[in-house]
Ligand binder design. Structure first.
Ligand code: HEC
Length: 275
């Protein structure tokens, strides 16, 4: 009997010992996995270079004074002049890896613009360092350098995207990574998808969604209950007041939209509010 008890307790001890070893093994292997994972993650999140504006790189670029019909047309100005440097020549100064394909434009007034390298090359986009408006033109507060300027030898579609001003910092980013939090929204219809595109080209710079974009105009999703018809009506009315022709701030965003595209934006915003 005593032998039996001894044997059982010995077995118990061995079992305890082995289970301890197992737990230790599991802990160690989990831990080394965590370490691996963190190190991969931190490698990935290493920020690509920011461009510091007083830096020698900007100073080393060739500059010239140009007009921009694109700018004058959208502002209803005449003969505005800009001292510009070519953004393509700025890109050529960097040895960038393939992961980055666009420049994030961080602006003083909580505006956040973004332009792809493809658009920079396709439309020969320029970075304006100085502005000279003709005397009779009033200059709203936000109209400060640096600015994105479309030169006269190209004709991109008329979009808010190509009129970013008051830029204080440029950062290289990956477009898919940047837009990931809004691309993951599952949109139900083609109208809604068209609305997202219009929103990305014209609105998100001041009305962020899921932390993508700027906050100059605040979040629209929070301000309107868009499943209600009267709220859609209110949205449209306030939009025309804030962004119609000749508003005080000269934020004439309406010029970039057709009636259908505002409906699509509303459908898109309604779609993501329900989710
Ligand atoms: C240059 C920045 C900017 C852009 C681009 C912009 N907005 Fe705005 N928006 C503002 C500001 C600033 C306000 C005023 C916010 C306030 O009064 O609190 C505003 C207000 C609004 C309002 C009224 C919000 C309220 O408080 O009731 C609507 C609706 C609106 N914007 C829609 C749009 C849509 C749609 C687009 C794209 C087609 C757009 N905006 C593009 C800056 C912008």
């Amino acid at each position: 009997m005593t032998n039996l008890i001894k044997y059982a307790s010995l077995r118990g001890e061995r079992l305890c010992f082995f289970s301890l070893l197992m737990i230790l093994f599991i802990l160690v292997s989990c831990n080394s996995q965590t370490i691996k994972y963190v190190s991969i993650k931190s490698q990935k999140t290493t920020a690509p270079p920011a461009i510091f504006l007083n830096g020698s790189i900007i100073n080393s670029l060739n500059k010239k004074w140009i007009f921009s019909f694109y700018f004058d047309r959208s502002m209803k100005y005449k003969n505005s002049l800009f001292e510009v440097a070519s953004l393509t020549s700025l890109l050529n100064k960097y040895n960038l890896n393939e992961e980055v394909n666009s420049i994030l434009l961080l602006c003083a007034d909580d505006y956040q613009g973004i332009i792809s390298f493809d658009d920079i090359k396709r439309y020969d986009l320029q970075l304006a360092l100085r502005i000279k408006l003709s005397k009779e033109q009033a200059q709203p507060d936000w109209l400060q350098p640096l600015l994105i300027i479309v030169p006269n030898n190209v004709k991109p579609p008329l979009l808010e995207r190509f009129l970013t001003a008051n830029i204080k910092e440029l950062r290289f980013v990956s477009l898919p990574n940047y837009y990931a939090p809004i691309e993951s929204l599952k949109l139900t219809s083609d109208v809604s998808k068209a609305g997202l595109k219009t929103f990305k080209d014209n609105c998100i710079f001041c009305h962020s969604i899921n932390n993508v974009g700027g906050n100059k105009g605040g979040s629209l999703v929070d301000k309107y209950a868009l499943s209600l018809d009267r709220e859609k009506q209110r949205f449209t009315e306030v939009f025309l007041k804030k962004h119609g022709i000749d508003n005080e701030e000269k934020q004439n965003t309406k010029q970039f939209l057709t009636n259908n595209s505002l409906d699509a934006v509303l459908k898109f915003l309604q779609d993501i509010t329900i989710k």
